[in-house]
Design a protein around this ligand. Structure first.
Ligand SMILES: *[C@@H]1O[C@H](CO)[C@@H](O)[C@H](O)[C@H]1NC(C)=O
Ligand SMILES: *[C@@H]1O[C@H](CO)[C@@H](O)[C@H](O)[C@H]1NC(C)=O
Ligand SMILES: *[C@@H]1O[C@H](CO)[C@@H](O)[C@H](O)[C@H]1NC(C)=O
Ligand SMILES: *[C@@H]1O[C@H](CO)[C@@H](O)[C@H](O)[C@H]1NC(C)=O
Ligand SMILES: *[C@@H]1O[C@H](CO)[C@@H](O)[C@H](O)[C@H]1NC(C)=O
Ligand SMILES: *[C@@H]1O[C@H](CO)[C@@H](O)[C@H](O)[C@H]1NC(C)=O
Ligand SMILES: *[C@@H]1O[C@H](CO)[C@@H](O)[C@H](O)[C@H]1NC(C)=O
Ligand SMILES: *[C@@H]1O[C@H](CO)[C@@H](O)[C@H](O)[C@H]1NC(C)=O
Ligand SMILES: *[C@@H]1O[C@H](CO)[C@@H](O)[C@H](O)[C@H]1NC(C)=O
Length: 876
């Protein structure tokens, strides 16, 4: 039998496969982006590529002249690519990389069958993310972003949603944009563009656009932060999969050409290098005067030094996420009665399974203790009645939902309602327990009310409802654990070149907004994806209020007026400010940005590492107000974060990195600054990094320079530096870089001397060879590396070339695997022989010409042979 699946093998062979815990953007095999010299006529370059490749995108733009193309013969792709790179007029060649919508959490959605026409005039803006960022003050004073065009690069938008304008085109809220890919696009097939950016299947973009500009035509009091802007929707995702950076570049250039004043995108992938092609194009658009905001990423769990692209581009505003002060939830409505009295309503979150239609039963509970941490974790007592005639009420906590359901089912239970042990309500899954027909969760308050009635000896009867058709009600629970603190998932900077990332933070955790009508019309989502559009809307409001569109001025204003917050690890708050690497300047205070009378000339300062220490820097302060102001200068430190654990680890510790209260000393000259209206003065900053730190563990210190004005205004400027040497950190994790084999899903090392029989040269994707076991190169980078080589060294000790697709540029940290079919980067095949692979990774700030700046690891020897070309397989 012939097994299919070669395409997958080849994909793995040529791409940076994803390590279990990380999300490194994959490379599309054989696809490249070529960039020409500005003045060069690309005709001859394109003509020479066309024979061997299909042109994906032909981009002739003042900000990017180039093309992306797909070589038809993958086995020759890199040889041909190196020829393209060497052509006259070619400025750079980049691989096409694929990026996905950042993983976001869908907490709850509205009902797909519920009418969504209810109109509620909410009066003043009380939407909690707006109160947190001062957006409500704009609405209260009539500033709504009128006349500003914001482009959103995302999954499209359900513009027929009543709260999103109800139409597409001139005069509509979503007045411009396009679909660059079509529904069936998945990142690896051919995009089928059309002019309609409808969000047919995803929902992400519809949520994002609602945060920008939803109108009050909704039952929940949702209001976009800038409801009168004009929106452009650029759809770059199909219904599944991801998107190549060539399409992202094209989308950005279109959004720029369409006259957008602001471009926002909640898309990204691990990088840490501002030099990659997508980030570079976004940087150029910012230089041209259009602010670009990009979500910082949702990889906070991975710890410090895990910046995401294109957010990590120079001048690109990277937006981190803080959690909402409220935890909104859309709960299904049902009713209950006590002692056959009148009906009261309550909300529930349907679990799995959820056959709740027409279930109306009395409630039974194993005890009446609403503080019982392990309620229902033990087998139920012998005198338990037949529970098939009840809805069993169990408190959440200690053991799993399934364990509790099994104990209840052992006594006949078919219907179970859990009550929460914390604020709000969440989805439970007990589908593993066969006898249970339906499960749900209610709030701790609802649970407590029922328990109280049961304890008093009265009967509680619950009349459940089909969650598919029940009305949904909005419940705003208090967020007791993390209100206003940085979301634990928000990705940490800085870049590997110690650029300050992120720039700013904005509410992104537990945010209510619009959703496609078919998916429930409204939803509560969490992610930096939600933080970014709200930030972009505040940029529009300040643009309108101050009458400036200058990206640098805007970023500087937002940075100077943002509020840094304390560090919170998800359960407790520390008496130290969260590092700049997590929160940037802090939480947006948009009204203060709009009304600031002090304009700083920078949005942050990086002192770099010890080896490249830039201790003396300066910035200017301009008084844009009408009165003279004297500013008292000072500084306050944030927590210093150790990159590495206090052991022999060479890779950054996972969240939360160890934080210490170590303070840099900053000498600010002058210490006091008096500025007349319109006057500008320079402040010099001399930094002395914190003392007593272990430099080998690469501590990242940070804090805020403060300016306290006599007009009772205050401003702050984030700073950051590294104690230790970026160049001396280990980038190649030798212990975890070795040879394995493609048949081993766990990628354990293979014994020295293993022999591999490979398909004949160029036949790797012939189905005859589907069962081939390939040598797998496992590479682990403990820190990012700008360049990685994989030299193929033969039995005589001679390097005959590099494994196909190497050298690899701008690599994030993580573990990557390649299956090798013998192909070399020059398009030839390594002859049958015994080889070792020498992996070489360039140190951070390393000079590629200096051998000592490379770290190397050589695999055990292995032997390759090629199957005879005549091989025919006639297996059953
Ligand atoms: C190998 O796969 C590539 C990409 O899927 C395809 O274009 C090419 O025709 C295949 N070659 C052979 C020999 O099957
Ligand atoms: C609405 O906002 C304005 C301006 O802040 C304030 O004067 C007014 O009292 C507010 N109205 C309500 C009902 O809160
Ligand atoms: C993408 O879709 C094509 C069909 O259009 C399919 O052959 C391919 O396997 C899909 N790729 C992924 C990664 O899902
Ligand atoms: C409630 O009504 C049911 C059915 O009519 C009855 O069996 C039960 O005794 C009543 N309970 C109370 C507390 O009155
Ligand atoms: C629930 O009851 C209604 C009204 O009696 C009936 O129309 C519906 O089919 C029932 N649904 C289920 C799932 O039994
Ligand atoms: C609630 O229960 C969960 C699951 O057992 C547990 O992780 C959590 O700590 C509990 N929360 C509180 C506030 O007790
Ligand atoms: C730090 O120094 C290196 C080496 O000179 C440089 O490449 C990098 O851009 C510097 N980083 C910052 C933030 O200035
Ligand atoms: C500036 O004001 C803040 C907040 O009121 C205060 O914590 C800080 O100490 C002040 N700094 C100086 C230098 O006065
Ligand atoms: C690091 O570990 C060493 C040896 O175990 C110990 O002496 C030192 O106090 C530790 N440092 C910190 C900051 O925990």
């Amino acid at each position: 039998m012939v097994r299919l699946g070669l395409a997958t093998t080849l994909l793995a062979a040529a791409s940076f496969a994803q390590a279990a815990h990380q999300k490194a953007p994959a490379v599309v095999p054989g696809a490249y982006i070529v960039e020409y010299e500005d003045s060069h006529d690309p005709t001859s370059i394109l003509a020479s590529i066309k024979g061997d490749a299909t042109i994906r995108k032909d981009i002739r733009h003042e900000l990017f002249k180039g093309a992306s193309f797909q070589f038809k013969d993958l086995n020759k792709a890199d040889d041909l690519a190196s020829k393209v790179a060497a052509m006259s007029g070619v400025k750079a060649l980049y691989p096409v990389r694929r990026y996905s919508i950042p993983e976001h959490t869908v907490h709850s959605t509205g009902s797909a069958v519920q009418e969504v026409v209810a109109k509620r005039d909410t009066g003043n803006d009380t939407f909690s993310p707006h109160l947190m960022t001062q957006v409500n003050k704009f609405r209260d004073s009539g500033i709504t972003g009128k006349g500003i065009k914001i482009a959103v690069i995302d999954t499209g938008v359900d513009y027929l949603h009543p709260a999103l304008g109800g139409c597409f085109g001139p005069g509509c809220l979503v007045s411009y944009g396009t679909d660059l890919v079509g529904d069936d696009f998945n990142g690896s097939n051919t995009p089928v563009p059309d002019s309609d950016p409808m969000d047919t299947c995803n929902g992400h973009g519809s949520h994002v656009l609602g945060l920008l500009s939803a109108n009050t035509n909704n039952p929940y009091g949702i209001i976009g932060a800038a409801p009168d802007v004009t929106l452009g929707a650029y759809r770059v995702f199909g219904c599944s999969g991801d998107v190549g950076n060539d399409i992202l570049i094209e989308a950005y250039l279109k959004a720029y050409d369409d006259g957008s004043d602001i471009i926002t995108a909640s898309i990204g992938g691990a990088s840490g290098w501002p030099e990659d092609s997508w980030a570079a194009v976004v940087s150029r658009i910012v230089e041209k005067g259009v602010p670009c905001l990009v979500s910082a990423g949702n990889d906070g769990a991975t710890g410090i030094f895990y910046a995401s692209t294109a957010a990590n581009g120079k001048r690109v505003t990277a937006v981190a996420s803080v959690d909402n002060i409220l935890a909104p939830a859309l709960l299904s409505e049902a009713s209950y009665s006590v002692a056959n009295g009148s009906l009261s309503t309550f909300g529930f979150t349907a679990g799995s399974p959820s056959a709740w239609a027409n279930v109306s039963l009395p409630v039974w509970s194993v005890n009446f203790n609403t503080a019982d941490a392990a309620n229902g974790c033990e087998a139920f007592p012998d005198d338990t009645p037949d529970l098939s005639k009840y809805i069993v009420l169990i408190r959440r906590g200690t053991c799993t939902f399934v364990q509790k359901a099994q104990n209840a089912a052992a006594k006949g239970a078919k219907y179970i309602i859990y009550y929460n042990n914390a604020s709000g309500s969440t989805k439970v899954d007990v589908s593993a327990v066969a006898d249970v027909k339906a499960a749900a969760m209610v709030t701790s308050e609802t649970g407590a009310a029922w328990i109280k009635a049961l304890q008093a000896g009265t009967q509680v009867t619950v009349n459940m409802a089909d969650p598919e058709t029940a009305p949904k009600n909005l419940n705003n629970f208090p967020n007791t654990a993390t209100p206003g603190f940085l979301s634990t998932y928000t990705s940490w900077g800085p870049t590997y070149e110690v650029d300050v990332k992120p720039q700013i933070s904005s509410p992104g955790g537990m945010i209510l907004s619009t959703y496609p009508r078919a998916l429930g019309s409204y939803a509560v989502l969490s992610g930096t994806s939600m933080a970014c559009p709200l930030a972009a809307a505040t940029w529009a409001l300040v643009m309108q209020k101050r009458g400036t569109k200058d990206p640098k001025v805007l970023e500087n204003l937002f940075s100077a007026t943002a509020h840094p917050n304390l560090f919170n690890d998800g359960t407790k708050t520390y008496p130290m400010l969260a590092p700049v690497a997590q929160q940037g300047a802090g939480l947006i205070q948009a009204w203060d940005a709009a009304n600031a009378n002090a304009l700083l000339s920078v949005s942050s300062i990086s002192f770099n590492d010890t080896e490249h220490f830039k201790p003396l820097q300066s910035f200017e302060v301009t008084n844009t107000g009408k009165k003279a102001v004297t500013y008292q200068l000072g500084h306050t430190s944030a927590a210093t974060a150790y990159t590495f654990a206090n052991d022999t680890s060479i890779g950054p510790a996972a969240f939360p990195n160890e934080l210490v209260d170590a303070k840099a000393t900053l000498v600010l000259t002058p210490a006091k600054l008096t500025l007349n209206p319109g006057q500008k003065k320079t402040v010099t900053v001399l930094a002395i990094p914190p003392l007593g730190l272990d430099a080998k563990r690469l501590p990242v210190y940070s804090g805020y320079i403060t300016l306290n004005g006599t007009d009772s205004t205050g401003y702050s400027l984030p700073y950051q530096g590294v104690v230790g040497s970026m160049r001396s950190v280990t980038v190649l994790d030798k212990q975890n870089s070795y040879l394995s084999q493609s048949s081993d899903a766990t990628y354990a090392p293979v014994a020295a001397g293993t022999t591999f029989t490979l398909p004949p040269a160029g036949k790797a994707n012939d189905t005859l060879y589907a069962t081939t076991v390939y040598p797998t190169i496992v590479l682990t980078l403990s820190m990012g590396s700008a360049e990685v080589h994989a030299d193929v060294v033969n039995s005589k000790g001679k390097t005959i070339g590099q494994v196909l697709t190497f050298p690899a540029r701008w690599n994030p940290r993580g573990t990557f695997e390649w299956n090798w079919d013998g192909a070399l980067s020059d398009g030839t095949y390594a002859p049958a022989d015994t080889y070792k692979i020498t992996l070489k990774a360039l140190k951070i700030y390393g000079n590629s010409k200096w051998p000592l700046d490379w770290e190397t690891q050589t695999t055990e020897p292995f032997t390759i042979k090629y199957a005879a070309k005549s091989k025919r397989a006639f297996t059953a």
